[in-house]
Design a protein around this ligand. Sequence first.
Ligand code: KG4
Ligand code: ZN
Length: 344
Amino acid sequence: MSAPIVLGIETSCDETAVGIVRGRTLLANVIASSVEEHARFGGVVPEIASRAHLEAMQPTIEKALTDSKLSLKDIDAVAVTAGPGLVGALLVGVSAATGLALGLDKPIYAVNHLAAHISVDFLTHDKPLDPTIALLVSGGHSSLLQVEDITSSIIKLGATMDDAAGEAFDKIARVMKLGFPGGPAIDLLAQSGDAQAIDFPRGLTTSNDWQTRPFDFSFSGVKTAVARYLEATPDYAKANVAASFQEAIVDVLLLKSVAACKATGIDSLVIAGGVAANSRLRALATQRCDKAGIRLRIPSPGLCTDNGAMVAALGSLMVAANRAPSPIAFDADSSLPVGVISLS
Ligand code: KG4
Ligand code: ZN
Protein backbone atom coordinates (compact mmCIF):
# COMPACT_ATOMS: atom_id res chain seq x y z
CA MET A 1 0.00 0.00 0.00
CA SER A 2 1.41 3.39 -0.90
CA ALA A 3 1.92 6.06 1.76
CA PRO A 4 -1.08 8.20 2.71
CA ILE A 5 -1.79 11.41 0.82
CA VAL A 6 -2.03 14.48 3.05
CA LEU A 7 -3.30 17.91 2.00
CA GLY A 8 -1.96 20.78 4.13
CA ILE A 9 -3.43 24.29 4.40
CA GLU A 10 -1.50 27.32 5.68
CA THR A 11 -3.07 30.75 6.24
CA SER A 12 -1.37 32.12 9.36
CA CYS A 13 -0.07 35.33 7.79
CA ASP A 14 -0.22 36.67 4.22
CA GLU A 15 0.29 33.46 2.25
CA THR A 16 -2.69 31.30 1.26
CA ALA A 17 -0.81 28.06 0.74
CA VAL A 18 -1.76 24.48 -0.02
CA GLY A 19 0.66 21.57 -0.19
CA ILE A 20 0.04 17.91 -0.96
CA VAL A 21 2.42 15.10 -0.01
CA ARG A 22 2.38 11.35 -0.39
CA GLY A 23 4.49 10.11 2.55
CA ARG A 24 7.66 12.18 2.16
CA THR A 25 7.12 12.96 -1.53
CA LEU A 26 6.00 16.47 -2.36
CA LEU A 27 3.24 16.39 -5.00
CA ALA A 28 2.09 20.02 -5.02
CA ASN A 29 3.03 23.29 -3.33
CA VAL A 30 0.86 26.25 -4.35
CA ILE A 31 1.20 29.70 -2.76
CA ALA A 32 -0.98 32.76 -3.35
CA SER A 33 0.51 35.73 -1.50
CA SER A 34 -1.19 39.02 -0.65
CA VAL A 35 2.21 40.61 0.13
CA GLU A 36 1.81 43.30 -2.55
CA GLU A 37 -1.41 44.53 -0.94
CA HIS A 38 0.45 45.07 2.35
CA ALA A 39 3.67 46.56 0.96
CA ARG A 40 2.52 50.18 1.06
CA PHE A 41 1.68 49.81 4.77
CA GLY A 42 5.17 48.43 5.54
CA GLY A 43 3.73 45.34 7.26
CA VAL A 44 0.91 42.81 7.07
CA VAL A 45 -2.57 44.30 7.67
CA PRO A 46 -4.70 41.54 9.29
CA GLU A 47 -8.03 42.53 7.70
CA ILE A 48 -6.53 42.65 4.21
CA ALA A 49 -4.85 39.28 4.78
CA SER A 50 -8.11 37.61 5.90
CA ARG A 51 -10.05 38.89 2.90
CA ALA A 52 -7.29 37.81 0.52
CA HIS A 53 -7.31 34.30 2.08
CA LEU A 54 -11.07 34.04 1.52
CA GLU A 55 -10.65 34.92 -2.15
CA ALA A 56 -7.63 32.69 -2.74
CA MET A 57 -8.56 29.61 -0.68
CA GLN A 58 -10.64 27.64 -3.16
CA PRO A 59 -8.55 28.36 -6.29
CA THR A 60 -5.38 27.46 -4.37
CA ILE A 61 -6.81 24.09 -3.30
CA GLU A 62 -7.96 23.44 -6.88
CA LYS A 63 -4.55 24.32 -8.31
CA ALA A 64 -2.80 22.01 -5.83
CA LEU A 65 -5.09 19.14 -6.86
CA THR A 66 -4.48 19.86 -10.56
CA ASP A 67 -0.69 20.07 -10.06
CA SER A 68 -0.66 16.75 -8.23
CA LYS A 69 -3.07 15.14 -10.75
CA LEU A 70 -5.32 14.11 -7.89
CA SER A 71 -8.93 14.67 -7.00
CA LEU A 72 -10.39 15.32 -3.56
CA LYS A 73 -11.40 11.70 -3.13
CA ASP A 74 -7.68 10.69 -3.21
CA ILE A 75 -6.91 12.68 -0.04
CA ASP A 76 -6.38 10.46 3.04
CA ALA A 77 -5.97 13.20 5.67
CA VAL A 78 -6.12 16.99 6.00
CA ALA A 79 -3.65 19.11 7.98
CA VAL A 80 -4.03 22.79 8.80
CA THR A 81 -2.13 25.48 10.69
CA ALA A 82 -4.09 26.08 13.93
CA GLY A 83 -1.64 28.72 15.23
CA PRO A 84 0.32 30.76 16.03
CA GLY A 85 -0.60 33.55 13.61
CA LEU A 86 -3.19 36.22 12.86
CA VAL A 87 -6.45 34.90 14.23
CA GLY A 88 -8.70 36.09 11.38
CA ALA A 89 -6.27 34.67 8.84
CA LEU A 90 -5.98 31.33 10.67
CA LEU A 91 -9.77 31.00 10.80
CA VAL A 92 -10.07 31.00 7.01
CA GLY A 93 -7.71 28.03 6.68
CA VAL A 94 -9.24 26.23 9.65
CA SER A 95 -12.78 26.59 8.21
CA ALA A 96 -11.69 25.34 4.80
CA ALA A 97 -9.79 22.38 6.28
CA THR A 98 -12.63 21.45 8.64
CA GLY A 99 -15.10 21.58 5.75
CA LEU A 100 -12.88 19.32 3.65
CA ALA A 101 -12.33 16.80 6.45
CA LEU A 102 -16.05 16.64 7.23
CA GLY A 103 -17.08 16.44 3.58
CA LEU A 104 -14.54 13.74 2.78
CA ASP A 105 -14.95 11.97 6.12
CA LYS A 106 -11.17 11.98 6.67
CA PRO A 107 -9.09 12.79 9.77
CA ILE A 108 -7.86 16.33 10.41
CA TYR A 109 -4.58 17.35 12.07
CA ALA A 110 -4.65 20.87 13.53
CA VAL A 111 -0.93 21.59 13.72
CA ASN A 112 1.54 24.17 14.98
CA HIS A 113 2.98 26.52 12.34
CA LEU A 114 6.41 26.53 14.01
CA ALA A 115 6.70 22.75 14.19
CA ALA A 116 5.57 22.66 10.55
CA HIS A 117 8.47 24.97 9.53
CA ILE A 118 10.88 22.40 11.00
CA SER A 119 9.01 19.38 9.57
CA VAL A 120 9.41 20.47 5.96
CA ASP A 121 13.02 19.29 6.18
CA PHE A 122 11.63 15.75 6.24
CA LEU A 123 10.62 16.09 2.58
CA THR A 124 14.24 16.40 1.45
CA HIS A 125 16.08 13.83 3.59
CA ASP A 126 15.50 10.10 4.08
CA LYS A 127 16.75 9.94 7.66
CA PRO A 128 14.49 11.12 10.52
CA LEU A 129 15.41 14.62 11.62
CA ASP A 130 15.00 14.10 15.34
CA PRO A 131 16.49 14.33 17.89
CA THR A 132 17.90 17.67 16.80
CA ILE A 133 18.40 21.24 17.88
CA ALA A 134 16.27 23.57 15.75
CA LEU A 135 16.90 27.25 15.16
CA LEU A 136 13.52 28.64 14.18
CA VAL A 137 13.78 32.12 12.69
CA SER A 138 10.74 33.73 11.10
CA GLY A 139 8.95 37.07 10.95
CA GLY A 140 7.21 36.50 14.29
CA HIS A 141 9.49 34.06 16.16
CA SER A 142 13.13 33.39 16.91
CA SER A 143 13.74 30.39 19.15
CA LEU A 144 16.17 27.62 19.89
CA LEU A 145 14.38 24.32 20.34
CA GLN A 146 15.32 20.82 21.38
CA VAL A 147 13.29 18.53 19.16
CA GLU A 148 13.12 15.07 20.71
CA ASP A 149 10.32 13.91 18.42
CA ILE A 150 8.80 16.35 15.96
CA THR A 151 5.34 14.77 16.41
CA SER A 152 5.31 14.76 20.21
CA SER A 153 8.13 16.55 22.02
CA ILE A 154 9.62 19.99 21.40
CA ILE A 155 11.35 21.73 24.32
CA LYS A 156 12.02 25.47 24.17
CA LEU A 157 15.63 26.27 25.16
CA GLY A 158 15.38 29.99 24.49
CA ALA A 159 13.68 32.68 22.45
CA THR A 160 13.92 36.32 21.56
CA MET A 161 13.16 38.77 24.33
CA ASP A 162 12.04 41.47 21.92
CA ASP A 163 11.98 41.45 18.10
CA ALA A 164 12.13 38.31 16.00
CA ALA A 165 15.10 38.14 13.60
CA GLY A 166 12.84 38.55 10.55
CA GLU A 167 11.11 41.50 12.18
CA ALA A 168 14.51 43.18 12.70
CA PHE A 169 15.32 42.65 9.00
CA ASP A 170 11.92 44.10 8.04
CA LYS A 171 12.26 47.14 10.32
CA ILE A 172 15.80 48.05 9.21
CA ALA A 173 14.78 47.59 5.57
CA ARG A 174 11.93 50.01 6.16
CA VAL A 175 14.28 52.66 7.61
CA MET A 176 16.59 52.13 4.62
CA LYS A 177 13.58 52.34 2.24
CA LEU A 178 14.22 48.89 0.78
CA GLY A 179 10.56 47.80 0.72
CA PHE A 180 8.65 44.96 2.43
CA PRO A 181 9.42 42.23 3.33
CA GLY A 182 12.92 43.43 4.13
CA GLY A 183 14.85 40.18 4.57
CA PRO A 184 15.30 39.31 0.88
CA ALA A 185 16.20 42.95 0.02
CA ILE A 186 18.88 43.16 2.73
CA ASP A 187 20.21 39.72 1.76
CA LEU A 188 20.64 40.88 -1.85
CA LEU A 189 22.14 44.28 -1.01
CA ALA A 190 24.54 42.73 1.53
CA GLN A 191 26.11 40.60 -1.19
CA SER A 192 27.92 43.68 -2.53
CA GLY A 193 28.81 45.07 0.90
CA ASP A 194 31.56 44.60 3.49
CA ALA A 195 30.26 42.70 6.53
CA GLN A 196 33.19 43.96 8.64
CA ALA A 197 32.69 47.65 7.73
CA ILE A 198 30.66 48.54 10.84
CA ASP A 199 30.83 46.71 14.16
CA PHE A 200 27.17 46.50 15.21
CA PRO A 201 26.39 45.02 18.67
CA ARG A 202 25.74 41.30 19.22
CA GLY A 203 22.79 41.09 21.65
CA LEU A 204 22.95 38.93 24.82
CA THR A 205 26.55 37.78 24.34
CA THR A 206 28.34 39.21 27.40
CA SER A 207 29.85 36.63 29.74
CA ASN A 208 27.01 37.33 32.15
CA ASP A 209 24.44 36.69 29.37
CA TRP A 210 26.14 33.39 28.53
CA GLN A 211 25.66 32.40 32.18
CA THR A 212 22.08 33.54 32.62
CA ARG A 213 20.49 33.55 29.14
CA PRO A 214 22.66 31.38 26.92
CA PHE A 215 19.93 30.51 24.41
CA ASP A 216 17.88 33.73 24.37
CA PHE A 217 18.16 36.45 21.75
CA SER A 218 17.68 40.21 21.69
CA PHE A 219 17.69 42.21 18.48
CA SER A 220 16.46 45.57 19.71
CA GLY A 221 20.02 46.78 20.49
CA VAL A 222 21.36 46.13 17.00
CA LYS A 223 18.24 47.69 15.49
CA THR A 224 18.71 50.89 17.51
CA ALA A 225 22.45 50.95 16.73
CA VAL A 226 21.74 50.73 12.99
CA ALA A 227 19.07 53.45 13.18
CA ARG A 228 21.49 55.76 15.06
CA TYR A 229 24.27 55.04 12.58
CA LEU A 230 21.97 55.91 9.67
CA GLU A 231 20.94 59.18 11.31
CA ALA A 232 24.50 60.17 12.11
CA THR A 233 25.87 59.20 8.68
CA PRO A 234 23.77 60.86 5.94
CA ASP A 235 25.96 59.54 3.10
CA TYR A 236 26.13 56.01 4.46
CA ALA A 237 27.17 53.14 2.18
CA LYS A 238 23.92 51.14 1.91
CA ALA A 239 25.51 47.81 1.04
CA ASN A 240 28.00 48.00 3.92
CA VAL A 241 25.22 48.79 6.42
CA ALA A 242 23.13 45.88 5.10
CA ALA A 243 26.07 43.46 5.23
CA SER A 244 27.26 44.54 8.69
CA PHE A 245 23.74 44.47 10.16
CA GLN A 246 23.05 41.04 8.65
CA GLU A 247 26.38 39.75 9.99
CA ALA A 248 25.53 40.90 13.54
CA ILE A 249 22.21 38.98 13.44
CA VAL A 250 23.53 35.85 11.76
CA ASP A 251 26.62 35.70 13.98
CA VAL A 252 24.56 35.62 17.21
CA LEU A 253 22.01 33.15 15.81
CA LEU A 254 24.79 30.71 14.99
CA LEU A 255 26.91 31.26 18.13
CA LYS A 256 23.88 30.29 20.22
CA SER A 257 22.82 27.41 17.95
CA VAL A 258 26.27 25.79 18.14
CA ALA A 259 26.34 26.39 21.92
CA ALA A 260 22.92 24.67 22.24
CA CYS A 261 24.20 21.62 20.34
CA LYS A 262 27.25 21.44 22.61
CA ALA A 263 25.27 21.94 25.84
CA THR A 264 22.74 19.22 24.99
CA GLY A 265 25.18 16.83 23.32
CA ILE A 266 22.97 16.77 20.20
CA ASP A 267 25.15 16.94 17.09
CA SER A 268 22.39 17.92 14.66
CA LEU A 269 21.00 21.34 13.76
CA VAL A 270 17.98 22.20 11.59
CA ILE A 271 17.49 25.84 10.63
CA ALA A 272 13.92 26.71 9.62
CA GLY A 273 11.55 29.66 9.05
CA GLY A 274 11.69 32.54 6.59
CA VAL A 275 15.06 33.88 7.73
CA ALA A 276 16.61 30.45 7.01
CA ALA A 277 16.38 31.52 3.35
CA ASN A 278 19.13 34.09 4.09
CA SER A 279 22.20 33.31 1.99
CA ARG A 280 24.74 34.51 4.58
CA LEU A 281 23.05 32.51 7.37
CA ARG A 282 23.19 29.40 5.18
CA ALA A 283 26.87 29.89 4.25
CA LEU A 284 28.12 30.72 7.74
CA ALA A 285 26.04 27.88 9.27
CA THR A 286 27.77 25.43 6.92
CA GLN A 287 31.22 26.69 7.95
CA ARG A 288 30.56 26.73 11.67
CA CYS A 289 28.76 23.37 11.78
CA ASP A 290 31.56 21.74 9.76
CA LYS A 291 34.06 23.08 12.26
CA ALA A 292 32.03 21.95 15.29
CA GLY A 293 31.18 18.49 13.89
CA ILE A 294 27.45 19.27 13.73
CA ARG A 295 25.21 17.81 11.00
CA LEU A 296 23.38 20.73 9.45
CA ARG A 297 20.05 20.64 7.60
CA ILE A 298 18.37 23.68 6.08
CA PRO A 299 15.35 23.30 3.76
CA SER A 300 15.68 24.80 0.26
CA PRO A 301 15.03 28.59 0.34
CA GLY A 302 11.56 28.22 -1.21
CA LEU A 303 10.47 25.86 1.57
CA CYS A 304 11.81 28.14 4.35
CA THR A 305 9.24 30.91 3.92
CA ASP A 306 5.58 30.10 4.63
CA ASN A 307 4.11 27.33 2.47
CA GLY A 308 1.54 24.54 2.54
CA ALA A 309 4.05 21.72 1.98
CA MET A 310 5.36 22.18 5.52
CA VAL A 311 1.87 21.72 6.99
CA ALA A 312 1.27 18.65 4.84
CA ALA A 313 4.72 17.34 5.87
CA LEU A 314 3.90 17.60 9.58
CA GLY A 315 0.49 15.99 8.93
CA SER A 316 2.22 13.16 7.14
CA LEU A 317 4.64 12.67 10.04
CA MET A 318 1.69 12.60 12.45
CA VAL A 319 -0.03 9.91 10.37
CA ALA A 320 3.19 7.87 10.13
CA ALA A 321 3.68 8.09 13.92
CA ASN A 322 0.08 6.97 14.53
CA ARG A 323 -0.73 10.16 16.43
CA ALA A 324 -4.40 10.78 17.18
CA PRO A 325 -6.10 13.26 14.84
CA SER A 326 -7.62 16.46 16.21
CA PRO A 327 -11.29 16.72 17.13
CA ILE A 328 -13.31 18.22 14.28
CA ALA A 329 -14.36 21.24 16.37
CA PHE A 330 -11.27 23.14 17.50
CA ASP A 331 -10.37 26.79 17.86
CA ALA A 332 -7.52 28.50 16.05
CA ASP A 333 -5.04 29.80 18.64
CA SER A 334 -3.16 32.95 17.65
CA SER A 335 -0.54 32.38 20.37
CA LEU A 336 -0.24 28.59 20.29
CA PRO A 337 2.97 27.71 22.21
CA VAL A 338 5.68 25.90 20.27
CA GLY A 339 5.45 22.85 22.57
CA VAL A 340 1.85 22.18 21.47
CA ILE A 341 2.54 20.38 18.20
CA SER A 342 -1.08 19.53 17.39
CA LEU A 343 -4.45 20.13 19.00
CA SER A 344 -6.00 17.11 20.67
O1 KG4 B 1 8.42 32.12 8.11
P1 KG4 B 1 7.99 33.33 7.38
O2 KG4 B 1 7.77 33.23 5.89
O3 KG4 B 1 6.67 33.93 7.99
C1 KG4 B 1 6.45 33.92 9.36
O4 KG4 B 1 6.05 32.85 9.89
O5 KG4 B 1 6.73 34.97 9.98
O6 KG4 B 1 9.10 34.46 7.67
C2 KG4 B 1 9.00 35.72 7.12
C3 KG4 B 1 10.24 36.51 7.51
C4 KG4 B 1 10.16 37.99 7.10
O7 KG4 B 1 10.50 38.77 8.22
C5 KG4 B 1 11.21 38.10 6.01
O8 KG4 B 1 11.83 39.37 5.94
C6 KG4 B 1 12.20 37.03 6.41
O9 KG4 B 1 11.41 35.97 6.87
N1 KG4 B 1 13.02 36.59 5.28
C7 KG4 B 1 14.36 36.77 5.22
C8 KG4 B 1 14.77 36.29 3.95
N2 KG4 B 1 13.66 35.81 3.30
C9 KG4 B 1 12.61 36.01 4.14
N3 KG4 B 1 15.22 37.31 6.10
C10 KG4 B 1 16.51 37.38 5.74
N4 KG4 B 1 16.98 36.95 4.54
C11 KG4 B 1 16.15 36.40 3.63
N5 KG4 B 1 16.63 35.98 2.44
ZN1 ZN C 1 6.23 31.07 9.18
